[in-house]
Design a protein around this ligand. Structure first.
Ligand code: 6PG
Length: 257
């Protein structure tokens, strides 16, 4: 049984420190997952924010992390080929996946280059298998790493898009959001992102202050205006923030480092 153990907000002096703490926590979680069920099933995210974390995993945690038992999935992908500079897979591959001893067959990229895009989404959904019962004892993922945009999007779930309302499919194709890059996307949906023992949001920068305040204040059900507030795992949700991003978070609700 995965218990809902709530939310923790941690604030660090800068993104480097937040990333270093998160890298240590991931190494710990991965080892625990491997002890418990032989595998660490981990969803990673695109965007710029996780790049220092990825580099640290490849450098400081190249040994000591159970790479051989780690399985990597993607929260979303831009619909471009994997060698395009906009590709989330390309960025993750360049910063860490190509540099750690993880079996290639356990790196599951979304096929951003495949057309029709709906077929790429369906293939990824088949790879994941059926969506488990929410709150059940076998979620799809051990950990999901996410970022947010200033508009409150997460993965490629943009405010007002039908992908935010999807409840049956685990993966969908979606139109570009209002923020760059203006390319169509493939994205895990809310029920897939929420099927996790732990969800971690890593967020940095003052342009995210307003979105973070809205998301953290959006109540038990969340608010569709801020899609990140609708990710509701049965397990823990953790926020790793740098000081700039945390400017609107009341001191009472955070743990500072
Ligand atoms: C993507 C994402 C997206 C990202 C946020 C934050 O493909 O762009 O996965 O959800 O995490 O937009 O991006 P930054 O870290 O670049 O601010």
């Amino acid at each position: 049984m995965v218990l809902r153990v709530g939310r923790r907000v941690r604030v660090f002096g800068d993104l480097e420190r937040a990333s270093a703490a998160l890298a240590r926590e991931l190494a710990h979680d991965a080892a625990a997952a491997v002890r418990a069920h032989g595998r660490f099933r981990w969803v990673i995210s695109g965007g710029r924010t996780p790049l220092p974390l990825y580099a640290m995993l490849a450098d400081a945690h190249r040994s000591g992390f159970p790479w051989a038992e780690t399985e990597v999935f993607f929260a979303d992908e831009r619909c471009v080929p994997p060698d395009d500079p906009q590709s989330n897979f390309g960025a993750a591959w360049g910063t860490f996946l190509s540099r750690v001893p993880i079996p290639r067959r356990r790196i599951h990229r979304m096929l951003g280059e495949l057309r029709p895009r709906s077929e790429a989404a369906d293939r990824y959904a088949r790879l994941l298998g059926p969506l488990p019962h929410p709150g059940g004892d076998a979620p799809l993922f051990d950990a999901v790493l996410l970022g947010i945009g200033p508009d409150g999007h997460t993965a490629s779930l943009f405010p007002g898009h039908s992908a935010v309302r999807e409840r049956k499919r685990a993966v969908v194709a979606t139109a570009p959001g209002s923020l760059p890059p203006p390319v169509p996307r493939l994205t895990l949906t809310l029920p897939a992102l929420s099927s996790a023992r732990k969800v971690v949001f890593l967020v940095a920068g003052s342009d995210k202050v307003s979105a973070i305040s809205q998301i953290l204040r959006s109540g038990a059900k969340g608010n569709p205006r801020w899609p990140a507030s609708l990710v509701r795992p049965a397990g823990t949700t953790e926020w790793f923030l740098d000081r700039a991003a945390a400017a609107g978070v009341p001191a009472a609700g955070r743990t500072s480092r």
